[in-house]
Design a protein around this ligand. Structure first.
Ligand SMILES: [Zn+2]
Length: 447
């Protein structure tokens, strides 16, 4: 197998290095799993990949997803509902899932992400019906070859305890903590260049107890893994926090150990100025999910204010039940557009949105070895053909987000070519789509 590639004579290379260099007519040399050199006139004894007519970027990083939801796209009754009503429509369907559904849905979701330029994805799996386990998704990521940060999610407050999910989807808190230990010990790889890092992720403050939030934080510190949850997603969420806990979500998070550079929260649409300051001081990260926030009518996250304050921000496509199109390049475009809706046309450039989608996400996930094109960093690289119809006539690489394309031509993860000329090399995509579609139709026929 080729272990050396030279991406040669790319029209534009967006390095996202510390100087944010933008190079023209440049090469990127990949050796093993790392970037060996970036510059002009590089030589190789390995394989040459033409960069002519292309923009080369670091692979995009997805900081929030629920891969299992690919089987519940555009579900009638959940298409136009607000968050809590949406959850109640979908829970009974998800309760039917088995390990097969988890695996196939994750494969489909990861393939979709890869085509949209993603090389590193996290996932938040917080329900384990019918014997499903976190490794169902880990195996899916290993097969396709994406770098993966699965998180062991959890729900413990069911309907009979005044919670939202049906009792069949919640777990005993002792069993949750035991399984968190099992998956960290079994699958977490802390080394540089790691292809799999496990995080701990109670679903949200309204689906687990205060004790589980606290214990998960203590366990994460003990094991040296990261923490993730949903926070301050919409007005209902803030009202629940104030009524139930007597404080805003930022205070709740801080009290239970859920701030720090080893924590990232999804959404945070409703953070106020004090909470933004808290997250900036503690380097607590945010997974910004603009399409999901639009789809569920949650609002516009104050990303401009967060970035200006120094809060680490990455992008997330969120689950396919609340953003039916899980394209990370489209998500970056939406992030740019939404800040402009809130703050004006100069509020976010295409380059800044791409920075959030690459380097920003890598930093949120604790991966400074990813998200930049510079020697010594991991060879996670997206190559975008700008000679097609989407970007024809464009004068600048900013067309990547202002126009297109939305799918990559080539994709490298850890120096391996996962996508070649638009085709995934590691799995049979038409067969996967067929199997996935059959599964979804089988579920739909009983609801
Ligand atoms: Zn989510």
């Amino acid at each position: 197998m080729t272990t050396e590639f030279l991406i040669q004579n790319a029209d534009t290379v967006l390095t996202m290095d510390d100087a944010r260099r933008v190079l023209h007519g440049a090469d990127v040399l990949i050796r093993g799993g790392q970037i060996a050199a970036v510059g002009q006139g590089l030589q190789t004894a390995g394989e040459i990949v033409s960069g002519r007519g292309c923009v080369v970027t670091p692979g995009l990083v997805n900081t929030h997803h629920h891969l299992y939801q690919n089987l519940t796209r555009a579900v009638p009754g959940a298409q136009d509902a607000l968050l809590f009503g949406w959850l109640q429509r979908l829970y009974p369907i998800w309760a039917r899932f088995t390990p097969d559904e988890m695996f196939v849905s994750a494969q489909l979701g990861l393939a979709e992400l890869a085509l949209s330029g993603c090389t590193l994805s996290s996932d938040h799996l917080y329900l384990y019906p019918n014997g499903a386990r976190l490794e169902d998704t880990i195996h899916a990521a290993r097969d396709i070859g994406l770098r993966f940060h699965p998180t062991r999610g959890a729900m413990s407050i069911g309907e009979s305890d005044g919670g939202l999910p049906p009792d069949s989807l919640v777990e005993d808190e002792r069993a949750i903590l035991d399984d968190m230990i099992r998956v960290v010990d079994g699958f977490h790889d802390p080394s540089e260049g790691s292809m799999c890092r496990v995080g701990l992720a109670p679903c949200s403050p309204f689906s687990v107890s205060r004790e589980l939030m606290r214990d998960a934080a203590l366990l994460a510190r003990d094991k040296g893994v990261m923490l993730h949850t949903h926070l301050a997603e919409n007005d209902e969420d803030i009202a629940y926090s104030e009524a139930k806990f007597g404080c805003r979500p930022g205070q709740y998070a801080e009290d239970l150990g859920w701030t720090g550079d080893d924590v990232w929260h999804a959404h945070c649409v409703k953070l106020d100025a004090q909470e933004i300051d808290l997250f900036a001081r503690t380097r607590t990260g945010i997974a910004h999910c603009p399409c999901s926030n639009c789809r569920l009518g949650s609002g516009i996250a104050p990303v401009r204010a967060m970035r200006d304050a120094g809060v680490p921000v990455g992008l997330g496509v969120d689950g396919s039940a609340s953003n039916d199109m899980a394209s990370l390049s489209a998500e970056a475009r939406q992030a740019m557009l939404l800040q402009r809706v809130a703050n004006g046309a100069d509020a976010m450039s295409a380059y800044e949105a791409l920075e959030i989608a690459t380097r920003g996400g890598a930093d949120v996930l604790g991966r400074p070895d990813c998200g930049r094109l510079e020697p010594g960093k991991r060879a996670d690289i997206a190559i975008w053909d700008t000679t097609g119809i989407a970007s024809s006539g464009s004068w600048d690489a900013a067309a990547m987000l202002l126009a297109g394309p939305t799918q990559v031509k080539h994709l490298f993860v850890e120096g391996k070519q996962i996508i070649r000329s638009g085709e995934i090399t590691t799995l049979d995509l038409p067969r996967l789509i067929e199997r996935h579609g059959e599964m979804a139709r089988a579920l739909a026929s009983s609801f």
